[in-house]
Design a protein. Structure first.
Length: 285
């Protein structure tokens, strides 16, 4: 049995560009989440991170809600772009030509950073929501009957509704406030507050505060209108902020794609790294 003496040809070694370095993606995700946390901290300090309809806290005008939404957009652009750029720069250099295929892979890396950062932000928001007291004003008694979800929106209206010289026991008053809150919240529906509910609420206010029936009726009318306005503002604020949050997420995805491509070109030496992004590196002379 003989073997051919023909020399074997060795395939040229081509740098691999198909692998994703998950350590760099996770690092970029952490960087994006950290920057977003810092920016939201600044927003909280100046009072534009969360809109509120409570008249006892601060104004909730359309301009303030819009400003909060625009800040969400700016935060998303900066944090997602920063995280995607970091992930691209931390990826090992491939040494291959930076063609359309490699540019696409860099953009995909940026989208992965965006997706993981979005999920991380959602998990943190869920954890904060679970640690934060419920929206309902806490009552002394146990059980769902002593509090109403969203009661804090009309808490000041409830205070106005039951102002008087009488001071009933605390547990009884907690239930009375919750019952009145349910009636007032029903007034924001399409059919409005039903006549029998209004009549019952007038009797309830008269019994708690000692007001005469005509005075109690006028108070119920004024408070019901104020509560309806506060609920309407809360809905409008929620719609605007939800829309701005979704727009900020979409804008963040586009910026992450672009920033990862820029970071990849800087990493491969296709484009010169600006001074701002050298981060302490020094050029040898």
């Amino acid at each position: 049995m003989t073997f051919s003496d023909t020399p074997r040809t060795t395939a040229a070694i081509v740098p691999s560009v198909s692998t994703l370095n998950w350590s760099s993606i996770i690092a970029g995700t952490i960087a994006a989440a950290a920057l977003a946390l810092v920016l939201h901290g600044f927003a909280t300090a100046v009072g534009i991170s969360v809109s509120s309809t409570a008249p006892t806290w601060r104004d909730a005008s359309f301009a303030l809600v819009l400003l909060s939404g625009l800040y969400l957009l700016v935060t998303a652009v900066l944090s997602y772009g920063f995280g995607a750029y970091v992930a691209a720069r931390l990826q090992p250099r491939t040494g291959a030509a930076f063609d359309d295929d490699l540019d696409y892979r860099e953009g995909t890396r940026g989208l992965l950073v965006w997706a993981l950062a979005t999920l991380l932000t959602a998990l943190m928001a869920l954890a904060i929501a679970q640690m934060t007291p419920r929206l309902a004003a806490p009552g002394a008694g146990a059980g769902p009957s002593t509090s109403v979800a969203g009661e804090n929106i009309i808490a000041f209206d409830l205070d106005r509704l039951f102002r008087g010289d009488r001071r009933p026991p605390g547990e009884t008053m907690d239930y009375v406030r919750a019952e009145a809150a349910r009636i007032l919240l029903s007034g924001s529906s399409h059919r409005g507050m039903l006549p029998d509910d209004r009549t019952y609420l007038v009797r309830l206010v008269s019994g708690v505060t000692g007001l005469a029936a005509p005075d109690a009726e006028r108070r119920v009318a004024a408070v019901a209108e104020s509560a309806r306005d506060n609920i309407k503002r809360a809905r409008q604020s929620g719609v605007i902020l939800a829309f701005m949050a979704a727009a900020a997420a979409l804008a963040g995805a586009a910026v992450a794609w672009y920033a990862a491509g820029v970071g990849g070109r800087h990493r491969e030496g296709v484009e010169e790294i600006p001074t701002l992004w050298r981060w302490g590196t020094y050029r040898r002379t």
